[in-house]
Design a protein around this ligand. Structure first.
Ligand SMILES: Nc1ncnc2c1ncn2[C@@H]1O[C@H](COP(=O)(O)OP(=O)(O)OP(=O)(O)O)[C@@H](O)[C@H]1O
Ligand SMILES: [Mg+2]
Length: 417
């Protein structure tokens, strides 16, 4: 080997950052300067030291065994990879190492060249990494736990909110219900009050007139006690009778209304001739018409036999024709018409009277209701209410058309058979 080349090898040996120790028969024969700084021995001390000196006490016996095994068939191998291989310094302190063994023959002797790397920094870094990893895992676990707890808390809160929402909804609907009930009660009370007012005004008007007539006639009768005053007495007696029967009629209306409201009015169905009934109504009422008023009957009914309650239907028609008479002027005609459309008998009562003001029309069938233009004409405001309830009982219908000052038409519809 050329001397320059040898110098190069020497240079590599001396400057190598790994520790290089060469052993023969287990003893150091060569060590580069890196070994002195690795193990803390001087170069002189190193030479001749046994390999076991560099191994911690606890591993020495095992190492001796392994070494004699290895020496039987030495090969190149890496030590300390995947396990913690430790070396011991002169001062007894230890440090982790990676060692490679390379067998060679030098001067005819089995020689082992070892490369020693101090891996404490790497280990430290690995340890730190491991610690950081562990810490990270701990953080992650902690975070997961917290997220879990928070989720549970949130779920409880959501549950509570839901419950609160539910009870609020319930409360609101209960309140609405209570308000509605109060509203209904209030409107019923209002209706009742209105009814009372209408009744009082009707009663004070309708009862007072006949009662005062009765009273004055009665006191006059007591004065006419001479025999020649008989005609005068009779006149007042008839007046009393007339007024009493008027009051009786009003009371009868009350009674039928009471019965109707309580559902106690019974219906008696039977077949009868409605055309004949129309004639009867005309002849009975013609005698109570105003001067020159005429009731004209025009019946064009296909089949006059119907199945209904004769009393009720007659009362209905009498009531309507009575109204037509009452609310029409002297000398005007009242028409009573009957005809058939498909299976329905339609009876119309047509007058040319005072009519019904438009604003009052929607109240017409209410109890005690009287239109504004009728206040000077006697009436209780019960007739039409009774009529509509009667018709309901026998499955009939009532409607009307009216123009104030021109006249009214009341229309009754009945099922024919
Ligand atoms: N043919 C009609 N023409 C004009 N107004 C009418 C007619 N029929 C009914 N009305 C109006 O409808 C109101 C109610 O009629 P309803 O027959 O119920 O009572 P009334 O005639 O006043 O009293 P009664 O109980 O004596 O019949 C009347 O007060 C009147 O204002
Ligand atoms: Mg009437």
């Amino acid at each position: 080997m050329e001397s320059t080349q040898l110098d190069h090898y020497k240079e590599i040996f001396l400057t190598c950052v790994e520790g290089i120790m060469v052993f023969q028969r287990g003893k150091v024969i060569l060590a580069n300067p890196q070994c002195t700084s690795l193990f803390g021995y001087s170069h002189e001390e190193l030479i001749g030291m046994s390999v076991e000196n560099f191994i911690p006490q606890s591993g020495r016996i095992a190492h001796e065994k392994q070494r004699s095994e290895y020496m039987k068939a030495p090969d190149t191998r890496q030590m300390g990879v995947g396990r913690d291989l430790m070396a011991v310094r002169k001062d007894g302190s230890t440090f982790p190492v990676e060692v490679s063994l390379n067998p060679a023959m030098m001067d005819g002797e089995q020689t082992i060249i070892t490369h020693i790397i101090d891996i404490s920094k790497r280990k430290q870094a690995e340890d730190n990494l491991k610690k950081s990893e562990e810490q990270l895992l701990r953080y992650a676990a902690e975070l997961e736990k917290r997220v879990h707890e928070r989720t549970e808390e949130l779920a409880t809160t959501v549950e509570r909110l839901k419950e609160a929402n539910e009870s609020m909804k319930k409360e609101v609907s209960e309140r609405i219900k209570a308000e509605n009930e109060a509203q209904i009660a209030l409107s019923k009370e209002k209706e009742l009050n209105e009814l009372k007012t209408r009744f009082v005004s009707m009663a004070s008007h309708e009862f007072r007139t006949p009662l005062s007539t009765i009273l004055s006639s009665a006191s006059l009768i007591s004065k006419y006690n001479a025999p020649d005053t008989e005609p005068k007495r009779m006149k007042h007696i008839n007046r009393i009778k007339g007024n009493v029967s008027e009051l009786t009629n009003i009371l009868n209306d009350f009674l039928s209304l009471d019965k109707l409201d309580d559902g106690k009015m019974s219906v008696t169905l039977a077949e009868f001739d409605v055309c004949h009934m129309l004639e009867e109504v005309v002849s009975e009422l013609q005698i109570v018409t105003k001067p020159n008023q005429e009731i004209i009957l025009k019946a064009d009914i296909q089949n006059c036999i119907i199945n209904s309650d004769i009393q009720i239907l007659k009362q209905v028609l009498t009531n309507l024709v009575s109204n037509a008479i009452k609310y029409s002027p002297e000398g005007s005609d009242i028409k009573l018409e009957g005809n058939t459309v498909k299976n329905t008998i339609i009876i119309k009562v047509i007058d040319q009277g005072i009519g019904i003001p438009e604003g009052d029309q929607k109240h017409l069938f209410q109890k005690f209701f009287r239109a504004h233009n009728a206040s000077h004409i006697q009436g209780t405001g019960l007739g039409l209410n009774i009529v509509s309830k009667y018709l309901e009982l026998i499955g009939g219908e009532i409607s009307f058309e009216s123009v104030e000052g021109k006249g009214s038409t009341f229309i009754v519809k009945l099922n024919s058979i």
